[in-house]
Design a protein around this ligand. Sequence first.
Ligand code: NAP
Length: 304
Amino acid sequence: MYDVLIAGGGPAGLTAAIYARRAGLSVLVLEASVCGGQIVNSPQVDNYPALPNVPGWQFASQLQSQAESLGARIASAAVERAEKDKGGFTVYTSSGQEHCRAFIIANGAAPRRLDCPGAEQYFGHGVSACATCDGAFYKGKDTVVVGGGNTAFEDAAYLAALCSSVTLINRRAQFRADSRAVEELKTFSNVSIMTPYVPVEVLGDGQRVTAFKIMNTETREEKILSVSGVFAAIGAAPDNARFSNLVELDPSGYIVSGEDCLTSTPGVFAAGDTRTKKLRQLVTAASDGAMAANQAAAYIRSAV
Ligand code: NAP
């Protein structure tokens, strides 16, 4: 029986592990993929206080080492569901069962996939949701990035250095990205920005992507861009259906929770992108991790 089991080894989960270990609690972190979460795919983190210009993978790796050096156990397994039991919670995983007194859900959110015709057929064959993972396959080729947030602008800048051309399309003329990122992208001579355009269809030869059909939402005019790669950067969505028996979810699937990281079930805490919140950033994920661990420690003390 662990004092605290943390589902997810991203910035929220690993920060929770650091704080829980410093509070003297035994900690198991379960991560289905690689530790670090979405930040691993960020070429450069620019907005974490006192750590400018750090590559995402380095940030993740340092965070993991810090948690491990404090004695957190980090294991590779997917958390499939959890339920309340007599002494706390039983957590069912891809490799068995674990028991804990307090349960912190810090499983983040997964990149959204394009939902136009052809997008699933060509996923992995020209359609990608990760420019830093797959960009190298498109060296010297023409590509499109879909989205108007910081990820889209970061991805487009990353691809611009590799690809022959990059077209960023966004469904609105306004961008969610920081104006600095927008201005920076405009300095690339091989980048075009097209708004307001939505995806209509990913076209291909049966093997790979050859073109992308888009439509102007104001004029309804359609265009076909000849491209080899289509990169979706349209945000992320939570994956919490498996916890719907345990905690309240909002209509979008986020765990209902405030800044205190408490959920509808005492002993279960939600940290990072997985919970209802206004600002999903590295720094707010880390903040949640600290809060959730602190609340878990108080919960365990009160239950003794
Ligand atoms: P985001 O900010 O939610 O932006 C998603 C973009 O995709 C928006 O432009 C949205 O349009 C568009 N979109 C959503 N669904 C779509 C669909 N079905 N079809 C077409 N377009 C669609 O997501 P993000 O860029 O991944 O960023 C997530 C969070 O991480 C943000 O808080 C961001 O600031 C942060 N982040 C920070 C950095 C950095 O600071 N270095 C880097 C990356 C991400 P609408 O605006 O119309 O909804």
